[in-house]
Design a protein around this ligand. Structure first.
Ligand SMILES: *Cc1c(COP(=O)(O)O)cnc(C)c1O
Length: 224
């Protein structure tokens, strides 16, 4: 864990931008070190790993789920998750709603959009998303609260392309806000920006940046 870098990043965040320290694949002891420097928002992309860290670590940590979520894993995180960034289908949202009801809570979610050129990335198209938002099935959900949008830019050195993709996500946010969420104060988040592109994301209106390797170092995927 790079303490100096974390403190630098915390200082660099403008008002209205929350730094999420992405601790996936890193031990709980690294999370504790960041916690001791005042960091409270952490991001994970595996349900079991997040559950284990939640059990081991201070209870006032706000856990953000940022990875592709399988419906059979929702149950591990639903009692405590702070925000699910990665809702990419109605089926997933419906299942989160069902599990949230069981735990008698309302769970905050973001809609993930596919803004990158890579096919492998997850997320709604605007069309798909609008179909969902207009459906009676969506209107019947009671235990999820849609708080905004999330997206990942393409993996490219072309800064202009990255900027355009973030700009597009901001446009999608504005459109959804005015068409569907004008009356909800909590629809206000744009989750975009990682280690290599967070400055562009902030310039394009990000409210939640998800930074991993700059804080915790390169990840070792070899034994996962
Ligand atoms: C891993 C991950 C991050 C953090 O990536 P870094 O490049 O290490 O900052 C951010 N968002 C998502 C969705 C991720 O999976």
């Amino acid at each position: 864990m790079n303490s100096e870098k974390l403190l630098e990043l915390q200082k660099e965040m403008p008002d209205g931008v929350q730094l999420i320290a992405v601790s996936k694949f890193k031990p709980a002891s690294d999370v504790q070190l960041a916690y001791d420097l005042g960091q409270r928002h952490f991001g994970e992309n595996h349900a079991m790993e997040m559950k284990q860290k939640h059990e081991e670590l201070p209870q006032d940590i706000k856990w953000h789920f940022i990875g592709h979520l399988q419906t059979n894993k929702i149950k591990y995180i639903i009692p405590f998750v702070h925000l699910i960034h990665s809702i990419d289908s109605f089926k997933l949202l419906q299942e989160v709603d069902r599990q949230a009801l069981k735990h008698n809570r309302e769970v905050d979610c973001l809609l993930q959009f596919h803004i990158a050129t890579e096919e492998t990335k997850f997320g709604f198209s605007l069309d798909e998303c609008e179909k969902m938002l207009q459906s009676p099935e969506f209107a019947s959900l009671k235990n999820v609260r849609i708080c905004g949008v999330m997206g990942m830019a393409s993996l490219t050195d072309d800064r202009q392309q990255i900027r355009q993709e973030f700009h597009r996500l901001h446009e999608i946010f504005d459109l959804l806000k005015s068409k569907y969420f004008a009356a909800s104060d909590f629809f206000k988040e744009i989750s975009m920006g990682m280690t290599d592109d967070y400055r562009i994301a902030i310039q394009e209106g990000s409210t939640l940046v998800r930074i991993g390797s700059a804080i915790f170092g390169a990840r070792d995927y070899s034994n996962k």
